[in-house]
Design a protein around this ligand. Structure first.
Ligand SMILES: Cc1cc2nc3c(=O)[nH]c(=O)nc-3n(C[C@H](O)[C@H](O)[C@H](O)COP(=O)(O)O)c2cc1C
Length: 350
């Protein structure tokens, strides 16, 4: 008998895997397309680890079908990024089933189903947030993933509604299927990222969980800007953890617990430059043409801010087309501003 079977026809136990080891307040780094790739996850892990990482979302058809090659970089990871949950999306339960078998084989620590993405062309396919209008179909998808996942824990990330708030019905319907963890972003899909996340609705989702599936962890998401507020939010809203997305853009040390969280904006330019250089070097080493150089530009804003000339330097980097050009711009800046590697060695500062 394996762990999911119980004697006497009792309710099967929900596989929880690594989630069972985490204690509230759980701190999760949000999945973000073209942001939380393996390279950035490693950078974040080195600055301050969250309790759990998620991959960018990946379409189930591409995991099992013809676009396997272009999809592969999304599924790259190292042990530094564990526990790591792979996020998948789509419409067809059969494809979910087959994709789950694949990602399970790859050794991810968990499998998350995206039921929240509000992007128009994605909604049109009936996937992600569009599933909020079809709870029965959504439940069928969860069932298919659970069937294929075996002992790998399954989770869902969603919103509180599609074009109106329907927390009670939607979250209730999902949780009756019972799974390891549920992330609730406190906005409806038509809001995109506008307005404020509604944490009262997140608290409502947690109360529904208490009744329908007490063993499911509930993670709140939306507009959390400092690490300090996470424990209080968990207590106030009755949730097990918080997922953080955009705040990492302002502070790669967000999850650090040794006093560096919240201080990156006032860090020395040297520290910011060094982290950017590491990011560029790792991007080149890991992707080397498999991902577009352009996606790296999003990060220039993360590191180059809050010091004289930061905007000018960013502008120059935004006009580069290769890793080598970016490295040359940074080397020139270092030497012109007295932060150069050679100068530092000569001055005995290294
Ligand atoms: C650039 C970007 C890409 C995103 N990509 C994904 C994604 O692939 N999967 C997903 O579930 N959510 C995605 N999101 C939504 C975030 O995971 C998160 O729910 C949202 O940013 C709200 O959290 P925050 O207020 O902490 O940023 C993305 C958000 C941003 C800003």
């Amino acid at each position: 008998m394996n762990d999911t079977e119980t004697p006497h026809g009792a309710q099967p136990v929900v596989p929880k895997g690594f989630w069972a080891q985490l204690r509230a307040p759980i701190r999760a780094l949000a999945p973000m397309e073209d942001v939380t790739d393996s390279v950035f996850r490693r950078i974040v892990a080195s600055c301050g680890r969250p309790d759990v990482f998620f991959t960018e979302f990946t379409h189930v058809a591409h995991i099992v079908g013809r676009k396997k090659k272009s999809t592969a970089p999304r599924l790259v990871f190292t042990d530094e990024e564990r526990p790591l949950v792979v996020q998948i999306w789509g419409r067809d339960p059969e494809q979910f089933f087959r994709a789950t078998l694949k990602v399970r084989e790859m050794g991810f620590d968990g499998i998350d189903i995206n039921m929240g993405c509000p992007v128009k062309k994605i909604k049109k396919t009936g996937a992600c947030s569009a599933l909020i209008r079809e709870p029965e179909h959504a439940v069928e998808i969860i069932h298919a993933v659970q069937e294929a996942a075996g002992e790998t824990p399954v989770s869902v990330k969603t919103r509180i509604g599609f074009d109106r708030v329907v927390t009670e019905d939607w979250i209730g319907a999902l949780l009756r299927r019972k799974f390891a963890a549920l992330t609730v972003h406190g906005r409806i899909a038509s809001q995109l990222s506008e307005g404020e996340a509604d944490w009262a609705e997140i608290a409502r989702a947690a109360r529904i969980r208490d009744e329908v599936s007490p063993e499911t962890l509930v993670i709140g998401n939306g507009d959390v800007m400092t690490a300090r507020e996470i424990p209080a939010r968990c207590r106030k809203y009755g949730i097990d953890g918080v997922m953080v997305g955009r705040a990492i853009f302002g502070d790669p040390f967000f999850f650090d617990t040794r006093g560096r969280s919240g201080r990156f904006s006032s860090a020395q330019p040297e520290e910011k430059l060094a982290l950017l250089e590491r990011h560029i070097a790792l991007h080149r080493e890991v992707w080397n043409g498999r991902r577009n150089y352009e996606v790296l530009k999003r990060f220039y804003k993360v590191y180059l801010t809050g010091f004289d000339d930061a905007a000018k330097l960013r502008d120059r980097l935004n006009r580069t087309f290769t890793y080598a050009e970016a490295e040359a711009v940074l080397a020139e800046y270092r030497s012109a501003s007295g932060l150069g590697g050679d100068d530092r060695e000569r001055d005995g500062k290294t």
